[in-house]
Design a protein around this ligand. Structure first.
Ligand code: NDP
Length: 477
């Protein structure tokens, strides 16, 4: 049985999977380009590299973070020792999206398997072909057929799979889907991990490294045509740095839109997404926003759009756009920047830009998000050592890092007593003497007072107890 295999055996399979992915990089990148429309460079950089990075992390760290761990045992638990074991849940349902159909399916699957679970992958209906490719890679790497399965289909298939009562559900998807999945899981009390949408802010202070911040804003907003859960979806610029808006507005001149090896930004994967993107732009324009770039579309290809004079009454600043749109707003003070960034129902990722790293850390600490970068965008979530996940409507639970590995296990706390004493002090029979012993125990172990004061406090009780014992005699009640 897979759950009984050693960490070494699982790591060997993961290592073979890692090699296969690199050896077959061109075919995988080609498949991703044709299914999602992402450019070949993007397919390698944002799908293949994070995947192999996470696989190597799992190979090296699963044993370290999932092996039994000794814990202290209180003095009063004589002759006992304690430890925590981590066991696989059983079978895990992975519901994955279409925007990064490779890494957002393969990494949770590999993590679940590294922890000893079996997995069923339900990829997005739009990326079934990628799902097939992933499952074939797992089989060829030596994972047994009975622990990896593909369940192609739409959201209804996802619902039916939940009714088949998996032991854990790991969803990466939109917030509305998250609510439906959680409601369906509640009927069976199945635990869920929800990696949902975001509306990530980028806060740029006057003293930020200017050129770097411009490049980062353009990359953060338009990588994968903005179809990234941690895309820069709101740009807040301090008043002294207004010229940044003009420079970001040059995005449409600089970015090459298309699908060739030399293009920067591909088309939208899901044609329905264009309706949301256009609705957000039109809503903002009708409420006074301005376009800082041209706006055009050719089939699924949309131009990168930068908008100024935006505010929080506009959908483009409050709802997830998930497309190539960058709305810009200005702010005066640090306090105002934090308030604007936190004025969101989402809480996934954020970035703070300043040369003053103390301020960077201070502001990062005040943002209501699960992840934050100072002077960088997007890349922070690729560090396999850091847990990744959201708060508020961006979901809960974590993937990546020790927390992400442990999420695919449940903890079993075990206490082992040597079994040498005839009885424990807390067992029957109860009596007045036991009651008074408990008083002594509480005073001596938990009362926050100097030793002498504790003894003094106890003295009165001890005397009263002795007198009552004398009155009642040895058999008194
Ligand atoms: P969806 O929420 O539409 O779908 C996610 C997965 O859930 C798909 O496989 C989908 O199937 C399935 N699904 C849909 N409805 C149900 C249901 N009722 N029961 C069970 N399964 C269901 O997300 P998208 O595919 O549109 O992906 C985009 C969204 O994902 C964005 O909101 C984005 O922010 C978010 N996302 C979050 C990330 C994170 O880590 N926080 C990372 C990447 C994306 P089908 O598609 O076939 O309907």
């Amino acid at each position: 049985m897979w759950a009984q295999t050693t960490f070494k055996e699982r790591a060997d399979c993961l290592g073979r999977l890692r090699n296969l992915i690199i050896e077959e990089m061109d075919a995988i990148a080609g498949g991703l380009t044709s299914v999602t429309g992402k450019t070949p460079v993007e397919a390698v950089m944002t799908e293949i590299i994070p995947t192999v990075e996470n696989l190597r992390y799992l190979e090296k760290n699963a044993a370290k973070f999932l092996s039994p761990e000794k814990r202290p045992t209180p003095f009063s638990y004589r002759h006992s020792s304690s430890h925590v074991e981590r066991h696989p849940w059983g079978w895990v349902l992975i519901l994955s999206p279409w925007n990064f159909p490779f890494q957002l399916s393969l990494v949770p699957m590999a993590t679940a398997l590294a922890a000893g679970n079996a997995v069923v992958l339900k990829p997005s209906e739009l990326s079934t072909e990628v799902g097939k490719m992933i499952v074939s890679l797992f089989y060829r790497a030596g994972f047994p057929k009975e622990v990896v399965a593909l369940a192609p289909g739409d959201g209804l298939v996802g619902q039916r799979l939940i009714d088949a009562k998996p032991d854990l559900i790991f969803l990466t998807g939109g917030t509305e889907t998250g609510k439906k999945v959680m409601a369906a899981a509640a009927a069976h009390l199945i635990p869920v991990i929800l990696e949902l949408g975001g509306k990530d802010p980028m806060i740029v202070f006057d003293d930020a490294p200017f050129d770097r911040a411009v490049e980062a804003a353009v990359y953060g907003a338009f990588a994968n045509a903005g179809q990234v859960c941690v895309s820069v979806e709101r740009l807040y610029v301090q008043e002294g740095l207004r010229r940044l808006r003009g420079r970001a507005g040059g995005a449409d001149q600089r970015l090459r839109v298309g699908q060739s090896m030399d293009d920067d930004m591909g088309p939208l994967t899901n044609p329905r997404q264009a309706d949301i993107v256009n609705r957000h732009i039109d809503d903002a324009l009708s409420k006074g926003a301005r376009l800082a770039t041209a706006r055009w579309s050719k089939g699924p290809l949309l131009s990168p759009v930068v908008m100024t004079q935006t505010n929080h009454a506009m959908a483009v600043m409050t709802e997830e756009t998930f497309g190539p749109v960058l709305p810009v707003m200005s702010f005066r003070t640090e306090e105002e920047a934090v308030a604007l960034a936190n004025d969101s129902r989402f809480g996934l990722n954020a970035s703070v830009w300043t040369r003053d790293l103390d301020r960077g850390r201070r502001v990062a600490a005040r943002l209501a998000v699960g992840n934050c970068a100072v002077n960088d965008v997007l890349k922070n979530i690729g560090n396999p050592h850091l847990p990744f996940g959201g708060i508020k409507h961006s979901g809960f639970g974590r993937s990546h890092g020790p927390e992400g590995l442990r999420a695919f296990t449940y903890e079993k706390s075990v206490m082992v007593n040597q079994g040498t004493a005839r009885r424990e002090l807390n067992w029957f029979p109860y009596s007045r003497a036991v009651y008074e012993n408990l008083r002594v125990y509480l005073h001596m172990s938990f009362l926050k007072k100097p030793l002498l004061a504790k003894l003094k406090g106890l003295w009165g009780f001890m005397r009263a107890f002795r007198q009552s014992q004398k009155k009642e005699g040895p058999h008194g009640h």
